[in-house]
Design a protein around this ligand. Sequence first.
Ligand SMILES: NC(=O)c1ccc[n+]([C@@H]2O[C@H](COP(=O)([O-])OP(=O)(O)OC[C@H]3O[C@@H](n4cnc5c(N)ncnc54)[C@H](OP(=O)(O)O)[C@@H]3O)[C@@H](O)[C@H]2O)c1
Length: 318
Amino acid sequence: MSRTRIGLGLAAIGRPDYINIRFNNTIDKSIDAFKNNAFRILDEAYSLDIRDFDVAPSYGLGEQFLLEWNNSRDYKDVSLSTKFGYTYVANWEVGYKGKHEIKEHSLSKLNEQWAISKAFMPNLNIYQIHSATLDSGVLTNTDVLSRLSELKERYQLKIGITSSGPEQTKIIEEAQKIVFKDKALFDSYQVTYNIFEQSCHTILKQLLAEGKSVIIKEAMANGRVFRNKQFRAYLNNYDYLDNLSAKYNVGIDAVALRFVVDNLGPTIVLSGASNTNHLKQNLKAMSFELNDMELSQLKSFAISPKQYWQERSNLEWN
Ligand SMILES: NC(=O)c1ccc[n+]([C@@H]2O[C@H](COP(=O)([O-])OP(=O)(O)OC[C@H]3O[C@@H](n4cnc5c(N)ncnc54)[C@H](OP(=O)(O)O)[C@@H]3O)[C@@H](O)[C@H]2O)c1
């Protein structure tokens, strides 16, 4: 069995709306209900041996919930990751029509968000640039990069990037070139990879071989792996996923996560579960293995990154 760990991401847990295809949109969206739910999921996750938790300042109250949980439980064996670069601006307004998060990769934003996130120490293990892109200029911003290098040295953190969009491979290649005192700045790469978007496969394998942490997000393609009439091009894919789900007696979610584990073998694959039921179903990914024939069939589901990210940008927040 692979040594990939399942981690829990808080993107859907700390704010009332998220960019997912939600089949159940009738949940209580009050702050109290979300906070109770967050604590329930975090406790359940810990009891199910999850030790890796990923958050960001833009996940609404996600950082606050995780911080309160971390302080109150006082576990010594959890590994937390957070990010800088996006600010949540929807102010818990359900159905908010504007942009929910604003991107800013400046040194002042880094310092402002670090001042809050540093409270996760000593359990903070990875500090990441949230959605590093070529056009944001963050990978050539020496003020930001030197500050990250300083934080890395001073607090013994791993420094990482997260990437999104059709140019993920190029972004990773640029990030790999950044060196401080003869050492690569980035130790960790959080990347989108799933049955439809496999364009980073080769470079991720290379990073793993170099001993870097590879964290996979969006293993369920924001819900697009689940049968949905909106995505007619995937109908044959959905039939095949149904067969695997029946064969292994697990949900499509577990098949999608298992594909990542067996095909890539990353350090961590994130579950984006928003309730304990989904979390338990997601963890069934660790109960079986896909065979070579099944893997090669699932590999053939990949679409072009351009098409994948175009489709993602058309998804709504709900
Ligand atoms: N740029 C970045 O840095 C970035 C971007 C995205 C994600 N992330 C990280 O990755 C983490 C993982 O989240 P994700 O967005 O990647 O989510 P994901 O795993 O791609 O997708 C979660 C989707 O799957 C659905 N789902 C999960 N389990 C299910 C089940 N058993 N049955 C039915 N539906 C199920 C969820 O529905 P419900 O919503 O109804 O649960 C949701 O629509 C995030 O929390 C975050 O930490 C980072």
